[in-house]
Design a protein. Sequence first.
Lengths: 160, 316, 472
Amino acid sequence: MWIFWLIAIPLVLFALGVVLSKNLFRSTIYLGATLVLTALIYLLLHAELLGFIQILLYTGGVATLLVFAIMLTQRIVGEDITQQSRGLVGGAIASLAVLLILFFFLGSSQLDFSVRPYPENLNLALGKNLFVTYVLPFEVLSVLLLAAIIGAIVMARRDR
Amino acid sequence: MAQPIFQTLWKTGVVFLGALTAAAYLVLAERKFAGYFQERYGPNRVGPFGLLQPLADAVKLLLKEEVIFPQASRGLYLAAPVIIGVAALLPLAVIPFSEHFYIADLPVAVLYLLAVGSLSTYGVLLGGWSSNSKYALLGGLRSAAQMVSYEIAMALALVGVALMAQSLSLVKIVQAQQSLWFLIPQILGFVVFLIAAFAETNRLPFDLPEAESELVAGYHTEYSAFKFAMFFVGEYIHLFIVGCLVTVLYLGGWYGPWKPGPHWFFLKTFLVLFFMIWVRWTYPRFRFDQLMRFSWKVLIPVALLNLLLTSLWMAL
Amino acid sequence: MNFAPLTLELLLAGLILIVFVVDLVSKNPKVLAGITFVGLTILFFLNLLHPWYGTTFQGTFVSNSFTGFLKGVFLLAGILVSLGSLSTAEEQYRGRVGEYYILLLFSLLGMLFVVSARDLVLFFVAFELMSIPLYILAAYQKDSEASIEAGLKLFIFGTFSSAILVMGLALLYGTTGSTRFDVLAQTLTEGEALSVLGFLLFLTGIGFKVAMVPFHMWVPDTYAGAPAPFVAFLSVAPKAAGFAILFIFFLQVFANLALPWKLVIAFLSGITMILGNLLAIPQTHLKRLLGYSGIAHIGYMLLGVAAGTDLAIAMVLFYFVAYVLANIGAFLFAETAIQNEGTDQLSALHGYAQRNPLLGLYMLIFLLSLGGIPFVVGFWAKLYVFLAALKAGYGLLVFLAAVLTVVALYYYLNVARQIYIEKPASNDPVRVPASIHFVLLISTLGTVLLGLYPKLIVGPALEIARAFVAGL
């Protein structure tokens, strides 16, 4: 239990840092830290695969690219990007409201939160789920990625 | 898999100290071999054959003055070497040195390796950014682009190994190589992995992040004393781990012609490391655009081809 | 594995590949638009003549008369917009026309999947496939700040709402342990707190997509800034998909959930109608005005969702057809005005009927249809939806809707007044590109024809809705 708090408290602090930091670069670094700590929570819940994939894709991929983009624009192009946290009060009230709603629903929930046994071979079970049960969404997802790549290239490319 | 906690602790201690020593002597080995390749002696003043040189280096680095620039972003500047050090040490937790000697046999070890490997990019990026210097920044940027690109090729090569072994656990992967090392069926993947490993460890011919003739020392230009030592040691631990990984993934780990055991493991690791040092002192540096093009247009397609062939082979 | 029910989707994916390859060979916008137009038309008639009904992938993909009708509506919108975009593409999208059509087709593919999905995972992936190309298309005029702003707003609201939606879906999965709609319907019975939260998050996520009132704020700026032919598509097809999702979820997934969802929808319908209509009145730009009027139409259609009877479903289906024809026509008229005058300000439209009588007539018919004047299709659409809602017991709401329809007439006829009565600033003839002219002609003919013989659609729609309700 104490391990959970050891992860959760810095997690919340870093998450606040993402929103409140004036410096966009720092914000992104805090985001990276938040993502790593979230992955640790997954590990705590015995979801090793998910945890490491989270680090690999989000921290190692997405957040790194964000940092990269900011470094390129800020230090090299020379545009200073600062983040103004306007509407802080409204935002705080809104997030508190969301928090209360979540607490209310979680508190009045009667679900069984006990841990179910894991399948013997996790990788096999996962593979079967991905490529047998959910093969159609998997294929549609690859179409979606293709669409996203085409879109990104069209947006980024210089017109001739 | 479940072992008593004290056993885990002493193993961790042994591996930690062992890795530090290995890193220190890797530095010496590199300098010695470099000397021989260039027909000079290399360091030979401290101790017999210069064997105590690493100790002298360590003392020198620790006693130097700590410099923190007023222009640097202090928190991030200090965090960078720590991240590098930690990220370099983390993979040691899953490497099986022999059939019984490993800290943990994670069922998803391959993913773990890739995940913690991606963290070291942060150390480099932070170091480059927080130093507030153009050499460091350019080095950091180059390194981030390089590591992200080559990580993909490396991961794709690893999938081939995992497919052959039908497991993501490193112990199981080695056990699957008892009769035939993966070097042979996975030769394409092996080449891709090795090349990507050169890039991931920022070594020649891919050492653009710190290319001394253009960038002074790249992302750690502005670091001194102990903080520099962290970067330096981190780099060599990383190198040592890459040697171990090549051994585990492709060269059959602790198996050998006779009685299996850790001696085979270390012999193979040493040979891989020797090869990497040899390459460093033999080949010139790539240009940056060549480097990126090579990754995206050659390495990744080859890795995908390897993946396709492996899947076909496994399906038959 | 039975692939027959997927035929239409596979053929559309094939069409995307064809456009892709042709784009490599020829960058001629006419060729690309022609292939898209012809391909979609063939698919439309195939869907009409030989629908591939059936269930496949362990019941997670369903193709029946209900999905067939909706797919017809999407394809119709795609056909009209693919041709209607041609002149804009020729002038402004030089060198990336192929990608424009490819992205449009990708979005259509997502819509085809989204109405057929009977599994949360497939549903969400298809939903994103529908949405993501739209963000890019909205910002397609890269040199126009307004277009970039439109794309950015659509992107931020879209991804935010998707995040809310997926959170809701995750909670539904968490409480039931299944992603299949049929299992969800059986398990989601008692008011378990987390499934209620899941329901609310789902409603919020979809609410953003169909632009119900508390979630409508992205509409005006996006409609005003994005290229008009694309807005013609955005304002009809994804909305129709959103309503199909609402029907499927409310009548199937949440059917046994003890929640007063009909009251919630009725309330949302009421405020959507009021706000949309009232805010449309002071608008001075045609696209913005059409945006708010679109919100009002969403309100009317929500009335049908709140009723939830087979009659109401049939009438909403009919409403889609009426709305697709009139709305695409109206936005393409706005595009013609922008191409000629450089703006869609209402004052720039003065005397358009004198300068180009045919164009004025087209627009008049679209406006009458949107306003709900007898003997064009929009009238029947409104009347039928109101009747269905009245039968389901929403007397007060129908009264409100009727009053607001009269209010709406004010701003629709105001546009007509600018076109017909105000004196033109110049006497130059208004140039209408042949492609747009053709689309306007089809839309007008459809609007008039269905206004005279609404039975043509109403009959099949009733059968489809009955089959849909019975099949649950």
